[in-house]
Design a protein around this ligand. Sequence first.
Ligand code: CA
Length: 467
Amino acid sequence: MDRPNILFIMADDHTSQTWGCYNSRLAPCISTPNIDRIAAEGALLNNCFCTNSICVPSRATILTGQYSHENGVRTLADSLDPDQDIVAKHLQAAGYQTAVFGKWHLGKEPSGFHYYNVLHGQGRYLNPVLWEKGQDWDGEGTRYEGHSTDIITDHTLNWLKQQDTSDRPFFCMCHFKATHEPFYSHERYRSLYEDVDFPEPEDLLADEAPQNKVFQGWPLEIQQQRRLEKPDNYPPPKLDVEGLDAEEARRATYQDMMKDYMRTVAGIDDNIGRLLAYLEESGLGENTVVIYTSDQGYFLGEHNLFDKRFMLEESLRMPFVIRYPREIPAGTVVDDIVTNVDFAELFLDYAGKEVPGFMSGQSFRENLRGRTPEHWPEAMYYHYWPPRQPERPSHYGIRTHQYKLIYYYGLVRDDNRAPEDCWELYDLDRDPLELRNRYRDPEYADVIPDLRAKLSDLRARYGDTEL
Ligand code: CA
């Protein structure tokens, strides 16, 4: 059988709660038909997680197949060195034509790609500037009129149309800037969801630092402040909290943020529809692996938080759908634990290329066919390194199918807390929304030592000794 083309589509901060196919509280009032179609015609992963929930590190992990402490890209301030070995170079060596479009966010010039046309840093939503391969990376780039989601798709389609897949398969990464804050949609979506009252998360009205959680995070009041102080940064209409009490103002901020967010999602979904339509028209649909995912998740008012970084489900989960009609049965749902460390090895598996020794994941190709390999991991390891910020402290942890144990060591280091006060335990079977930290609950006294031992084992296995 011919080796498949791989079209890897990824958004920024596009969290699972806003994908129709994930059936969240929002599902009854949102529409993502093209994303849902990939899931219906292929597989949906229920337990795909990032190993460090922040843009730059997640992207480096996807490309290197390594944890952040292995590839050296731990925080937003780090960059990926062009000399670093990444999966795209191995796909090139396997005969693939490789390209990347849109958000790169890894600081230095991309390498391992025959072609690229990418944003620098965060890039702009409107009239974005892109740097094309061959242009001076430190120069001014080229400005394009329009919305970044449309423009990134245009460039991706133009490149796909030039590929002769009878000669060699392609590996194409299409990375949207959306849905990153400030969630700035194209104006054609401005009246979408106008009359919708989005269902609120159960603990939207929790205290700023919910008593059962040990960290503070970024409450919606910070989002509110940003909108009030710099209204022009966000799409119209402006947030109005005049005359509202604190609780009403928080609810209004939530509705405002949700409308902006879902309108940028609509732009992504429509553009994924354009990509799928092209594959169909060109006859490439059968032999192309199409993936849509996000570099991490995002809080949309859950626990009264916005942003990501933390190991709680909304931020940890990478929504992930994949279609490959030759091999993946339609409607497959995968519950096995997969992480972004595994993506590179999946690509190499499809390409029939051996896995280089530096990669730390495993291909989940068989899992996608409904067959879980023997000894498949029952837990995943997570580690987040910020600059020193007590409200968003460094932490590491383990997630199994039932439990999640998190240690916020940054609070010991930066906030002088006692180590025993810096743990959270969640029972995901009983409490999937993570409303209750059970670390001090005597009922779980037997579970904790076992999870702590497993967490230590994972740190030892992956050689992470950093604090
Ligand atoms: Ca991101």
